[in-house]
Ligand binder design. Structure first.
Ligand SMILES: C[N+](C)(C)CCCC[C@H](N)C(=O)O
Ligand SMILES: O=C(O)CCC(=O)C(=O)O
Ligand SMILES: [Fe+2]
Length: 421
């Protein structure tokens, strides 16, 4: 059941942070393609940034800026950015890809210092910037991380002295917002200070960076330990580290917490960087990491309390990685809400439990725990795809408000401010 071919994709040495260059040898490995290759190699004039190309039977090989790239001919035709193929006003393709002959091959190739020119059998000419090709080739992407992050344990996070942003600067200046978002993207948590402790003011914060994701808990929620909903969150009990809404097909991207009141003891918030823990698993036991990223699981929310009746099911592995560079983008970890495991045979289940234990041990290391006491006026934003939260048991009256945000819209705001997200 575990796809061999996919497993082999995971052999790339690229890691969660930083990147390992992984260049293939310049000569084609396969003898047939050597025979099919055009005998001569073509180089641009000496003095320029060196570019060399070779036309093979089924692809174009290009070496530029220390990157060896291989391009499929249909891909090349499909990515023509000429006026008839691509609308630069809308940034949309106008070429009908289905009209491209799957056996297409360029009839002429030329390279100057900055550009590759291909002439197609019908005479159409496509030009590609060499820099554009490096950036957009598979080989180029494989060396990149999509989301630059700083993985942390408590010590790393404290040492970094990540500043909280002031509410006014967050709401009124692009610099304040950008600084906040940069920290949020790097660490997966960020704080805004001096917020008026009301639900309305918290909503204004949320709307500054995203759209609020309305869920079965409402748009903006308040909660206390009144068990108004059928979930442990609505009690005074401790909650072990977890991510929320694992029972949605797409778990909520961001969670905002603002403690409006607490008259009592305990109730501190626990934060753990799930990607830091996952990276430790990858280092110690890559097979277990792989298993956690392949075994699909269900999480479930069944509620029947008062007028609230809900049944949610979400499916996905604990660790979600991009297959081309093995970069983690989502951890789904909630032992309370994990459903019956009926999607895996018994022997795989046992290996999965072992892997889950390794991850849990990492998540539970005291040095990975960041404890904070949320106070009125200080809003916390948590990347619910990365950072786990929990809380200590408490006494007395405690009221939290907050909301979930749609991840796409947070990243959209970040990109519009010039950040890589
Ligand atoms: C945040 N708020 C109190 C509204 C909901 C809590 C949801 C709790 C649920 N067990 C989960 O982890 O998703
Ligand atoms: O009460 C808390 O601090 C957090 C509870 C919780 O996990 C949640 O609301 O998602
Ligand atoms: Fe939670």
């Amino acid at each position: 059941m575990w796809c061999r071919r996919l497993a082999c994709l995971f052999k790339v040495p690229c890691r969660l942070r930083g990147s390992t260059r992984h260049c293939s040898p310049w000569l084609p490995r396969d003898r047939r393609s050597v025979l099919a290759a055009v005998a001569r190699r073509y180089h641009t004039a000496p003095g320029s940034l060196k570019c060399a190309w070779q036309l093979h039977g089924d692809h174009l090989e290009l070496r530029y800026a220390n990157t060896l790239m291989r391009f499929d001919f249909v891909w090349l035709r499909d990515h023509c950015r000429s006026a008839s193929c691509y609308n630069t006003k809308t940034n949309q393709r106008s070429l009908d890809t289905a009209s491209v002959d799957l056996g297409i091959k360029p009839k002429a190739v030329r390279v100057d210092e900055t550009t590759l020119f291909l002439t197609w059998p019908d005479g159409h000419v496509t030009r590609y910037g060499l820099e554009w090709l490096v950036k957009n080739s598979y080989e180029g992407q494989k060396q990149q991380v999509m989301h630059p992050r700083i993985l942390w344990n408590a010590e790393i996070y404290r040492q970094a002295q990540v500043p909280s942003v002031d509410c006014r600067s967050f709401l009124e200046t692009d610099e304040g917002l950008k600084e906040f978002l940069q920290n949020f993207l790097l660490y997966g948590i960020a704080f805004v200070e001096n917020v008026t402790p009301t639900k309305e003011d918290t909503e204004i914060l949320a709307e500054r960076i995203s759209l609020i994701r309305e869920t079965i808990y409402g748009r903006m929620w308040y909660f206390t330990s009144d068990f108004s909903r059928g979930d442990t969150a609505y009690t005074k009990l401790a909650l072990d580290r977890h991510t929320d809404t694992t029972y949605f097909q797409e778990p909520c991207g961001i969670q905002v917490f603002h403690c409006l009141k607490h008259e009592g003891t305990g109730g501190r918030t626990l934060l753990v960087d799930g990607f830091y823990a996952a990276e430790q698993v990858l280092r110690q036991a890559p097979d277990q990491f792989e298993l956690l990223s392949k075994v699909p699981l269900k999480h479930e929310y069944v509620e029947n309390v008062g007028d609230c009746h809900n049944h949610m099911i979400g499916v996905g592995p604990v660790l979600n990685v991009y297959p081309w560079n093995n970069e983690l983008y989502l951890i789904r970890y909630n032992n309370y809400d994990r459903a019956v495991i009926n999607t895996v045979p018994y022997d795989v289940v046992h290996r999965w439990y072992t892997a889950h234990r390794t991850l849990t041990a990492e998540l539970r290391r005291p040095e990975n725990e960041l404890w904070v006491k949320l106070k009125p006026g200080k809003a916390l934003f948590v990347d619910n795809w990365r950072v786990l939260h929990g809380r200590e048991a408490f006494t007395g009256y405690r009221q939290l408000c907050g909301c979930y945000l749609t991840r796409d819209d947070v990243l959209n705001t970040a990109r519009l401010l010039g950040l890589q997200a």
